[in-house]
Design a binder for this molecule. Structure first.
Ligand SMILES: Cc1cc2nc3c(=O)[nH]c(=O)nc-3n(C[C@H](O)[C@H](O)[C@H](O)COP(=O)(O)OP(=O)(O)OC[C@H]3O[C@@H](n4cnc5c(N)ncnc54)[C@H](O)[C@@H]3O)c2cc1C
Length: 327
């Protein structure tokens, strides 16, 4: 069903991957969308992500599976356009122990268990999947440009209250990531601190690697650099990279790929994933107007982005229908 929201003024709060994806679908459906964000896109958590398709630290399982599958399908379409920065690569997941297939494997069409002879000797189990990789230095500008070209507006504004956006806007779509802790007064949000290294490798790396059990380690090759990770420290929110953690990441990644002995560190960085027991995607009617919440995507904001954005579009449509029918 194609949705039309002719000239409906909508505010989208947040210019990370969640806000931009929602804003694009709403604007392309005919709404007049303004993104309001306290920071430009390149200063958001989204800009720090690797960012590979992988449903990490996000719940609930049934909705995450559906959103992830839908995002996958859209990333597949985008990968046909090189300017989007979306491509596919093989990801190998290494497991210390024999491991049941993960709950999200149905959302990953090409998921397969590696044969014993295909995996490194010290590894008890391993899986391979072809996954979308969104290279954030190209993908986020692509999203922003697509939104602006469709006629959307973007303003830098630090908000302290969502309801003050009514009645100027008929709907507010709330995608503030960890900022929702204050904006929605949501105490269930918590940071999941991620430390990463951007490195230049002297030997080409053709696959991505992850060891999701502790100690967490991942290697994600991109066109201009390679991301080595990482950490997932719950409730820790300092943004200063710790030299000891840098050495630990290097050591764990070299255990996976010995060619990482010869690399140059370009940057050390820390980002805070917006953790929540479950993603909050729902409509909240308030006395001033309806807020559509879309935050708390944990370590999977890119993986869930298009599936969540489509559900926001449907909620916006339902809202409009309801208000047409009720005088
Ligand atoms: C190291 C690391 C690696 C990751 N790797 C992956 C990966 O491989 N795959 C994946 O899918 N995900 C990954 N993630 C997770 C992903 O980055 C997040 O889930 C995603 O960025 C969340 O996006 P968002 O748009 O919801 O929030 P954000 O990107 O945090 O954006 C929030 C927006 O809200 C704005 N805002 C906040 N408060 C206010 C306010 N008061 N007023 C106005 N604006 C406000 C901010 O300025 C910002 O624009 C990773 C994260 C980290 C840190």
């Amino acid at each position: 069903m194609s949705i039309h929201l002719p000239h409906l003024p909508i505010a989208v709060v947040g210019a990370g991957v969640s806000g931009l994806s929602c804003a694009i679908l709403l604007q392309e459906a005919g709404a007049q969308v303004t993104i309001l964000s306290k920071a430009p896109t390149h200063q958001t958590t989204s800009a720090k992500a690797a960012a590979i398709w992988f449903p990490f630290e996000a719940q609930p399982q049934d909705r995450v599976n559906a959103w992830s599958l839908r995002s996958w399908q859209i990333f597949e379409q985008l990968s046909a356009q090189p300017e989007t920065g979306v491509s596919f690569l093989e990801l190998v997941e290494l497991c210390e122990n024999p491991t049941p297939v993960p709950w999200w494997h149905l959302a990953a069409p090409s998921y397969r268990r590696l044969l014993p002879e295909e995996r490194p000797p010290q590894i008890a189990d391993a899986f391979a999947i072809s996954v979308p990789l969104t290279e954030t230095p190209r993908y986020l500008p692509y999203l922003q440009q697509r939104f602006l070209q469709a006629g959307g507006h973007l303003h830098i504004a630090h908000l302290s209250d969502l309801t003050s956006l009514f009645p100027r806007y008929r709907l507010v779509v709330h995608c503030a990531g960890l900022g929702a802790k204050q904006l929605a007064q949501d105490p269930s949000l918590f940071p999941i601190r991620g430390h990463i290294l951007k490195v230049r490798c002297h030997e080409p790396i053709t696959r991505a690697w992850t060891h999701p059990d502790p100690p967490l380690a991942y290697i994600i090759p991109r066109s201009q650099d390679c991301i080595l990770g990482g950490t997932a420290e719950k409730d820790r929110d300092d943004l200063i990279p710790d030299p000891h953690t840098t050495q630990t990441i290097l050591s764990h990644c070299r255990d996976i790929l010995s060619s990482l002995d010869r690399i140059e560190i370009l940057e050390e960085d820390v980002g805070l994933r917006p953790g929540r027991p479950t993603v909050r995607l729902e409509a909240e009617p308030t006395a001033q107007g309806t807020i559509l919440h879309n935050y708390g995507h944990g370590g999977a904001g890119f993986t869930l982005s298009w599936g969540c954005a489509e559900e926001i579009l449907q909620l916006a449509h339902q809202h409009l229908q309801h208000h047409k029918e009720t005088p």
